[in-house]
Design a protein around this ligand. Structure first.
Ligand SMILES: [Zn+2]
Length: 151
């Protein structure tokens, strides 16, 4: 059991997903493989995946990805990518007894000191009673020129 997270975050730190809870009470137990705890809702998985991006926990990101959609590896856009905030706009289904769910969120990050905003509708599916990230419809505000894609 090795703690590989190299950044300074204590259990009492605010969770990076900005839930208002401490990291320990929020996403840490999901990222910690030895805890064998898994998110009960799609939103929890969404939050924990955001934390994994913040903490550059690529294993967690890949392991929580639907196997049919999982990339071979996750590309981070440069080592200078710095996540600064997550806001869950809405969540549909994705509760304990559901098997699919959708979460609409906005994540903010900085690349080379420049702030960006990523807005995405993420789709989640439960496999073997665990929530997985399937895919997302991204509408980065910089790129989104008003054309709406309907699925
Ligand atoms: Zn959290």
């Amino acid at each position: 059991m090795s703690k590989t997270h190299q950044y300074k975050m204590t259990n009492d730190s605010d969770c990076p997903c900005q839930s208002g809870l401490s990291f320990q009470k929020c996403c840490q137990r999901f990222l910690d493989k030895s805890s064998e705890q898994y998110p009960e809702t799609a939103e929890q998985l969404m939050r924990s995946r955001y934390c994994a991006f913040v903490l550059k926990d690529m294993d967690y990101i890949l392991n929580s990805w639907h196997p049919d959609f999982r990339p071979n590896r996750v590309e981070l856009s440069g080592s200078d990518n710095h996540w600064i905030g997550l806001k869950i706009k809405s969540a549909q289904r994705g509760q304990k007894d559901d098997v699919t769910g959708k979460v609409h969120f906005i994540a903010r990050f900085k690349i080379n000191g420049k702030a960006h905003k990523l807005e995405e509708n993420s789709f989640f599916e439960k496999i073997n009673s665990r929530w997985c990230y399937v895919k997302g419809d991204i509408s980065e505000n910089v790129l989104n020129s008003g054309n709406t894609k309907k699925r």
